[in-house]
Design a protein around this ligand. Structure first.
Ligand code: FAD
Length: 384
């Protein structure tokens, strides 16, 4: 390592670009190299599940070209460059045959989609959408089609279902759970979202799984464990994400569910940091935008020499199901207490109260979703 080696950031998603922006707010000149496996186009990932509603295709969702980002941020940008290893001792990043020296290395390389190994010859019609390039491929494959089957009833599956209905596609959702978004919403709120999606025309096949996907004409036929068959033009797989930890683990960094970092975003190796979907920050794996923005602000200060710990406030999540606007701030895992529910049809206000009566979380649907800001003030911050 030399004093002159650049800061190297791996990943040009919201974490990587937010961090580069934060660094540049205070330091215009320190050399920064950004390395990314994709095309480096800047976009907001949450917008991927709003394309039809907003009338935008992949190009419409792109916010800035790679060249524009490199210029705007005064950075060197390496695109289609997949990191293959980290040599922590030598302070070098390995990209195939090339070695890139770093003074500080930031891992912002996100999470991988979980892929199910389902039998049948229809796998080439199954799409996972976790970046803009995936979205482009999906939209191209959908041209001329009308029917989409979605595996998974989590946040992403439900958002795509609503968006595809807004684009007038037929939508079937298949999932093993008995409610939508289990683990994120209490059943009363989950049922409200499901009901409104059904009113919009989404068909649910819950408590079952896809056992086989076969080609059928230009599309596929899905065989479900409950005996049903569904014909579709293509399939979205939205069954979950897993922080990318393998390369970090191989380099000797401590990993658990994500790459383990403390509140200063420091990994177990000196001069290596992590944030975003790949990171487990002080025990929290939060695959959302608000946490990564807070991390980017803190880490930029640390990299400038002012070691700063991130402090997570309350982190409500808006679920982009316009047929049933939903906001949720889940209570801490294992928290003692109970849900208190006020309900008017699909308008649900559920507040999770601890034994002392204080609010520890909430789920709001329909007309109650606007109360998100006010209720967020009552919930203690994650880092209290
Ligand atoms: P990513 O955006 O995944 O970026 C990872 C980067 O690392 C990419 O540039 C990739 O090419 C690069 N990379 C990976 N491996 C390598 C390698 N080996 N070498 C080099 N480069 C590599 N969150 C919310 O808070 N609100 C929402 O409403 C919301 N909606 C969402 C809707 C959808 C459809 C999805 C998929 C997610 C949504 N999220 C939402 C989650 C949020 O978008 C993510 O938490 C966030 O975008 C993650 O950003 P990231 O930069 O950490 O990871």
């Amino acid at each position: 390592m030399t004093e002159q080696a650049p800061i190297v950031i791996v990943g040009t998603g919201l974490s990587g670009y937010s961090l580069a922006r934060e660094i540049r707010k205070q330091d215009k000149d320190t050399p920064i190299i950004m390395v990314t496996a994709d095309d480096g186009v800047s976009y907001s990932k949450p917008m991927l599940s709003t394309g039809f509603t907003k009338g935008k295709d992949a190009d419409g969702l792109a916010q800035a070209s790679t060249e524009a980002m490199a210029e705007q941020l005064n950075i060197e940008l390496r695109t289609f460059a997949t990191v293959t290893a980290i040599d922590a001792e030598a302070h070098e990043l390995v990209v195939g045959d090339e070695r890139i020296a770093y003074s500080k290395l930031v891992l912002a390389w996100g999470a991988d989609v979980i892929r199910l190994d389902i039998p049948g010859n229809g796998q080439d019609r199954v799409f996972s959408i976790n970046d803009l390039m995936d979205y482009r491929a999906f939209r191209q494959a959908l041209e001329g089609g009308k029917r989409v089957a979605i595996m998974g009833a989590g946040l992403i599956g439900c958002e795509f279902a609503n968006d595809l209905r807004n684009g007038d596609y037929d939508v079937d959702i298949i999932a093993p759970s008995d409610v939508v978004m289990p683990g994120l919403l209490p059943p009363v709120a989950a049922n409200a979202v499901q009901r409104e999606l059904e009113n919009l025309g989404v068909r649910f096949h819950l408590e079952t799984v896809v056992e086989k996907i076969d080609r059928e004409g230009n599309g596929v036929r899905l065989s479900l464990a409950n005996g049903e068959q569904i014909d579709a033009d293509l399939v979205i797989s939205a069954v979950g994400l897993r922080p990318r930890v393998e390369l970090a683990k191989a380099a000797g960094l401590t990993v658990e569910r994500g790459i383990v970092v403390n509140r200063a975003l420091e990994t177990s190796a000196s001069d290596i940091y992590a944030l975003g979907d790949c990171a487990e920050v002080d025990g929290h794996v939060l695959l959302y935008v608000l946490p990564l923005m807070a991390c980017a602000r803190a880490l930029a200060k640390t990299l400038a020499g002012d070691r700063t710990e991130v402090s997570y406030g309350t982190m409500p999540v808006m679920i982009k199901t316009p047929c049933c606007p939903t906001a949720v701030c889940p209570p801490p895992t294992g928290a003692e207490g109970e849900w208190q529910v006020e309900q008017d049809g699909s308008d649900v206000k559920a507040i999770f109260r601890g034994p002392d009566g204080f609010s520890l979380g909430f789920a709001l649907t329909g007309r109650f979703a606007v109360e998100k800001q006010a209720l967020s003030k009552e919930v203690p911050p994650i880092h209290g």
